[in-house]
Design a protein around this ligand. Structure first.
Ligand code: F6R
Length: 607
């Protein structure tokens, strides 16, 4: 997730672009850059926030009236000045690009382009776009972009400037956002409307698989074959605050709805044409085969993702696996050695207990793998290897999209270890990989079923206690669903292994208690239903999460949230979605500050 801003018009654009970047900084803030077109292309890039870029370009007026700017959320290539955008093609080519998203086939394209003599200067996937445009260019920039675009796989938005096309920005998008701001004799282009909202409220939306050419007098939209498409100009009436949330009432809602994209980005090029590649894992096949156990350490929501990882690693990689709360594990006397893999999971990469647990693990000689969403965070510096979730910036304090991104990464990791260790049949792995590929789509279909969730939120929002139950991979989902509800609605919840309920929590049940049960199709389904019967016998109200086609469950549950059918293990990534929506619907009805729940902090840097 990065932010793109472009301007073409009559005004000097440096300040307009910087102001636009500041409005988009929530999209990524590890580095920023600007490119001003004035006879030649002047590029400035800086690691850090937009402030650092502002200081580097200075106060002096720059005459350029065409330019592009970018704020980066690194996915491919470390956080360095050379990896910041805009990126250039070969020296002297005059081609400059800013990019958001992931080019899944960049490895092959880079190899081919390098073979044809192109010199690469960065570690990014973005740079292949610049070289592709350069290789296709013979005087017509729009045609060069169209031909380059056709060779790209993945999801992305990018914009291109060419030294010899002074009044033109050519851009394209597939799945990542891009919008045009329409002014008088000037046009803006951006990843999101807030970038230009102070200048114009008239917009044209770039749709999927479209190329757009912005010139001072207007924008032209083309389909991939080059046919012109008419696009109406629309007015937006958002205020500034709403604009940052892109029209959503809260960041959390926006982030809940961004989960298909977060999952897709986390998979990205790691799974391409059925091949699973985890660059960054940094373990040889021999080391993977030599592992004796895996320990997953984390806090809060990340701990719940780790619990899912534990089941997957046991099942697919046949490794003894445990998952523990970092603040507990660090004070035990853990039995680990150099054949242990310790996986530390953290959205922020800065949680002090997780960092301390990592240190303990390294002191015992274990290989420590960090799974985090934040490039350059402390965790990435302390680990032996790093795999990034790519959920983009999460602003809502209660985690949502980072959780599903972590679970997605657990799928990829457990499958990789299983394949290398030969503990998962090739056919089964291929089936699972294909299903992982379709997870973004399944997640979208799950989120689209909000109509089933809202009546339940309406019925129970005034209740003062909820119990959550699950078994096997349903247990971490019950724990996470309960955590979401208590965090944002302040309703006390308990979450339990369904089989444990009769050993205590059953005493809490009466005719008013809503009980949320994760009852997706898997080998423990029948057992879960027995526990549901125990709940019903106490007069409590059962709300079940179940798999499409399971009509029987309606006989024991008053409400059912159905999930699209997929492999049993993969249901975990879907089952949390209605539970997030339920927590959200209840908190909204209670009129609470959902993005900033009381007493909580997004990053916990104290013990
Ligand atoms: C819950 C939540 C927290 C975090 C926990 C760990 O919604 O966000 O429980 O999961 O504080 O934080 P990270 O993942 O940054 O280590």
């Amino acid at each position: 997730m990065c932010g793109i801003v472009g301007y073409v018009g009559e005004r000097p654009c440096k300040e307009l672009l910087l102001a636009g970047l500041e409005r988009l900084e929530y999209r990524g803030y590890d580095s920023a850059g600007i490119c001003l077109l004035n006879g030649d292309v002047a590029i400035t890039r800086r690691v850090g926030r937009v402030d650092a870029l502002r200081e580097a370009v200075g106060d002096a007026l720059h005459p350029a009236t065409t330019g592009l700017a970018h704020t980066r959320w690194a996915t491919h290539g470390g956080v360095t000045e050379s990896n910041a955008h805009p990126v250039e093609a070969c020296e002297g080519s005059g081609v400059t690009v800013v990019h958001n998203g992931i080019i899944e086939n960049y490895v092959g394209l880079r190899r081919d382009l390098a073979g044809a003599g192109h010199e690469f200067h960065t570690d990014t996937d973005s740079e292949v776009i610049a070289h592709l445009v350069e290789s296709q260019y013979s005087g017509d920039l729009v045609e060069a972009v169209r031909l380059a675009y056709a060779q790209l796989h993945g999801h992305f938005a990018f914009a291109v400037l060419h030294r010899d096309h002074a009044d033109e920005i050519v851009a394209a998008r597939r799945q990542c956002p891009l919008v045009v701001g329409v002014g008088e004799g000037e046009m803006f282009m951006a990843s999101a409307i807030p970038a230009f909202l102070r200048e114009t409220r008239r917009v044209q939306y770039v749709m999927d698989d479209e190329i757009v050419v912005a010139r001072p007098d207007g924008a032209t939209f083309l389909d991939p074959r080059g046919t012109v498409i008419e696009r109406p100009v629309e007015d937006v009436d958002w205020d500034d605050d709403a604009a940052e949330k892109q029209g959503y009432e809260t960041f959390m809602l926006k982030e809940i709805l961004e989960q298909p994209q977060a999952i897709a980005d986390t998979i990205g090029e790691r799974l391409y044409h059925g091949e699973l590649q985890l660059d960054g894992l940094n373990l040889s096949e021999e080391q993977i085969r030599g592992l004796s156990r895996v320990v997953i350490l984390a806090c809060g929501t990340a701990y719940h993702a780790g619990l899912i990882g534990r089941y997957l690693l046991e099942e697919w990689a046949r490794l003894p696996a445990e998952s523990d709360i970092a603040s507990e594990w660090r004070y035990r006397h853990p039995v680990i050695d150099e054949h242990s893999l310790v996986i530390a999971v953290s959205q922020s990469g800065e949680t002090i207990d997780t960092l301390a647990a990592m240190k303990e693990a390294r002191d015992h000689g274990a290989h420590v793998l960090a799974v985090t969403n934040i490039m350059g965070s402390q965790m990435t510096r302390d680990a032996d290897s790093v795999l990034y979730t790519r959920a983009g910036l999460e602003i809502g304090v209660a985690a949502s999209k980072t959780f599903t991104a972590q679970v997605t990464l657990m799928y990829l990791l457990a499958l990789k270890l299983g394949l290398v260790r030969g503990t998962i049949a090739t056919e089964r792995a291929a089936k699972l990989l294909a299903e992982v590929r379709s997870l973004p789509d399944l997640a979208q279909r799950t989120l689209d079923r909000i109509d089933a969730v809202e009546p339940v939120a309406e019925r129970f929002w005034q209740n003062e206690f909820f119990l959550y139950l699950g078994r096997y991979i349903g247990l971490p989902i019950a724990l996470e669903g309960a955590l979401k509800l208590k965090e944002i609605s302040y309703i006390p919840t308990d979450a339990y292994a369904a089989g444990e309920m009769k050993h205590g929590p059953i005493a809490l049940l009466d005719e008013s208690t809503p009980v949320v049960v994760v009852a997706t199709d898997n080998h423990v389904y029948e057992k879960v239903i027995s526990n549901v019967e125990e709940v019903r016998a106490r007069g409590a109200h059962v709300i079940a999460v179940a798999t499409d086609g399971n009509e029987d469950i309606k006989q024991v549950a008053e409400h059912v949230f159905y999930l699209p059918r997929t492999e049993p293990e993969l249901q975990a990534a879907l089952a949390i979605l209605p539970l997030q929506q339920l927590a959200y619907g209840i908190a909204r009805r209670r009129g609470l500050d959902i993005d900033k729940p009381r007493n909580l902090a997004k990053t916990v840097t104290v013990e």
